[in-house]
Design a protein around this ligand. Structure first.
Ligand code: CP3
Length: 356
């Protein structure tokens, strides 16, 4: 296995360039609508709960063999059209020197929140040596996956900033907004540094061979469009622009972003992820021409009786035809209580109902 980078994802890009996921992202014709699920690797799978027993979340992200096995589990079980690297959005931030933990049932918790210019200076840039375990995991996975694309990912500056400023998950993002409105200079310095870290983290994954990347701005929906454009868009655009040379599709996702879809479409991604609140045809009109869409089944519908779920899957497939390309997904992550058998059945339905 070579560990020398050739720049870009040349090798794996060739192997997976005909994959339905990559083609849909580029708006090219597909044999069927590709499907994968956010959080497809995780607590809904008994084999995941078994292999993770006794291993803390961050620790598991730093063991390439374990990452490889967990990432492959949902591909084997469900026959999804892509794997997503098992990791977390806070992994590169921890690698940049922030003392944090991922607490089960809560999420990321930061020991000393970042709220001042001096705090921002504590965040150092990252390089390959800081996340060598991610580089290794991606290389192992690309070798195992063959023609199935591996999606790399990272957290967008706003969503990462929220965890760092709040010190943990927040419903209102009040302290984050206090910094944004009260000290814009420090806010922009923080987001610029996070954009550097995230950009480098994604380029490392691209060089190791991922076939696409997703930028998670899960909490951007907390902002109005004007504030999003002023305080967030330039930083997310810097991340996405920094990947233009990698030659792989870029997916840009957030929750509650109905009012932001136009702006998110301008940030430079090839695909915009949409939650369940906005029908995909409406979303396509808001995003503007030339972008594919990803989504957007409500994760709670996976608990509904099958005929109800089937009707909704077919509706989403029909609405997705309004876009140049459609990648079927949930509107947010798989909930831990989900019956994995239902996920497999949704994959089969999406493939059968969309076969061209
Ligand atoms: O399958 C996949 O989608 C890949 C794996 C993945 C994880 N986290 C694994 C994980 C991805 C893409 C993420 C991204 C992530 N992490 C986001 C963006 C996506 C989103 O959900 O909006 C966010 C906001 C985080 C932060 C985070 N990490 C939260 C809120 C939690 C949940 C805490 C809990 O226990 O409820 C985590 C932990 C986490 N990340 C788990 C997994 C599988 C659960 C940990 C466990 O299994 O013990």
């Amino acid at each position: 296995m070579s560990t020398t980078s050739t720049g870009g994802a040349a090798h794996n890009g060739t192997v997976t360039s005909r994959a339905a996921l990559v083609r849909a992202a580029r708006g090219e014709p597909v044999p069927h609508t590709p499907v994968w699920f956010m959080r497809q690797a995780g607590r809904s799978l008994p084999e995941y709960r078994e292999i993770r027993a006794g291993v803390p979340m961050l620790e598991s992200c730093r063991r390439p063999e374990l990452v490889t096995e967990i990432t492959l589990q949902p591909v084997r079980r469900h026959g999804v059209d892509a794997a997503i690297l098992f990791s977390d959005i806070v992994v590169p931030v921890a690698a940049a020197g922030v003392d944090l933990d991922i607490v089960p049932g809560t999420g990321p918790v930061v020991a000393q929140p970042i709220r001042t210019a001096a705090d921002v200076r504590r965040l150092r840039p990252i390089g390959l040596d800081d996340v060598a375990y991610v580089d290794e995991a991606v290389r192992l996975l690309v070798a195992e996956l063959g023609e199935t694309p591996l999606i790399g990912f990272a957290g967008a500056p706003f969503t990462l900033a929220s965890y760092l400023v709040e010190g943990g998950p927040s419903r209102t993002h009040a302290r984050t907004k206090a910094l944004m409105y009260g000290d814009p200079e420090t806010w922009h310095a923080l987001c610029a540094r996070l954009a550097e870290i995230t950009g480098e983290f994604l380029r490392i994954q691209a060089r190791a061979g991922v076939s696409a990347v997703q930028l998670f701005d899960s909490w951007a929906g907390a902002l109005c469009a004007a504030d999003y454009r002023r305080f967030v868009l330039p930083h997310s655009r810097a991340v996405l622009d920094g990947l233009a040379d990698a030659g792989i599709p870029r997916i840009h996702f957030g929750v509650g972003t109905a009012e932001l879809l136009g702006a998110m479409g301008e940030a430079g991604a090839d695909v915009v992820g949409v939650d369940w609140r906005t029908p995909l045809d409406t979303a396509t009109a808001r995003i503007g021409p030339g972008r594919s869409v990803q989504g957007n089944l409500d994760p709670c519908l996976l608990f509904a009786p099958w005929p109800v779920l089937e009707t909704e899957v077919r509706r989403i497939l029909a609405e997705g035809r309004a876009a140049p390309g459609h990648i079927f997904n949930l509107g947010h992550g798989v909930l831990p209580e989900t019956d994995p058998g239902v996920l497999t059945r949704v994959v089969e339905l999406v493939h059968a109902a969309s076969a061209r």
